[in-house]
Design a protein around this ligand. Structure first.
Ligand SMILES: Cc1ncc(COP(=O)(O)O)c(C=O)c1O
Length: 262
């Protein structure tokens, strides 16, 4: 007899956290606030505290998190953004959606993350930013990335979509660059029931711009200060994870615990 073992069993985490998730869904439905609102704000505060970062801004997906982080930092048409050739297509799509041109460097064959030795040669006068990707939970070599960024005056947006809770030299990924993008796609280490994303940053002016960009550019309701569109965070009742993983939360690991981050 053979038994099929699923690569990912998304229902496993639900079964483990069912009472808590059902209560959260019921609370959201009864609360009547289905886009942003108090539940998303509470999550942003808790996730920021767990990461040890000044600000977290919830967005609709990890792709939007990379896109809006770049836009909030002023990266756009005419700019080049260096990233790594071995990543999810979303990293590159977000750079292109920002209007910038992706430039690739290869991986280090041991770590599978961006090879910093190739970075300096990829910098041109049009380069504005580097997007290192912490892949499969393994942090990129951030000391080396930051040192090239500093030497050339470049911005750094960490792609942490696959690396919630990973640390490098004792520090959480997502706290090291100008901004960092997280995904809560259901198969990620911290997966939502639906898609979701967040940008973390220690720069208050970047957080403020992200809040404008994620909702029509509104500083005040119905008054658009900048061109933004609706980032429907919390579009589904379970569209954001109930809480960050780790000691403070019940969900130490998301649905990807068995299957790894996809
Ligand atoms: C490295 C990486 N960056 C960005 C993303 C985009 O996340 P999302 O699927 O939530 O848009 C993913 C998810 O596939 C990813 O693996």
């Amino acid at each position: 007899m053979t038994t099929a073992i699923p690569l990912v069993d998304l229902k496993a985490a639900y079964r483990r956290l069912q009472a808590e998730i059902d209560a959260a869904v019921a609370r959201v439905l009864a609360g009547g606030w289905y886009i942003l609102g108090p539940e998303v704000s509470a999550f942003e505060t808790e996730f920021a505290a767990w990461l040890g970062v000044g600000h977290v801004v919830g967005v609709a997906s990890g792709t939007d998190a990379v896109l809006l982080a770049l836009r909030a930092l002023g990266v756009g048409p005419g700019d080049e953004v260096i990233t790594v050739a071995h990543t999810a297509v979303a990293t590159v799509a977000a750079i292109e959606l920002a209007g910038a041109t992706p430039r690739f460097v290869d991986i280090d064959p041991i770590t599978y993350t961006l090879d910093p030795a190739q970075l300096a040669a990829a910098v041109t006068p049009r380069t504005r930013a580097i997007v290192p990707v912490h892949l499969y939970g393994a942090p990129a070599d951030m000391d080396a990335v930051l040192s090239v960024a500093r030497a050339h005056g470049l911005l750094v947006v960490e792609d942490c979509a696959q690396a919630h809770g990973a640390r490098t030299r004792g520090q959480m990924v997502g706290t090291l660059g100008d901004a960092a993008a997280f995904s809560f796609y259901p198969t990620k280490n911290l997966g939502a029931l639906g898609d979701g994303g967040a940008v973390a940053t220690n720069r208050p002016e970047v957080a403020e711009r992200l809040r404008l960009l994620r909702q029509y550019g509104w500083r005040e309701r119905y008054v658009s200060d900048v061109a933004g569109y609706q980032q429907p965070v919390g579009r589904t009742p379970g569209g954001h994870p109930a809480r960050p993983p780790g000691p403070s939360g019940g969900g130490e690991r998301g649905p990807a615990a068995a299957g790894g981050a996809l």
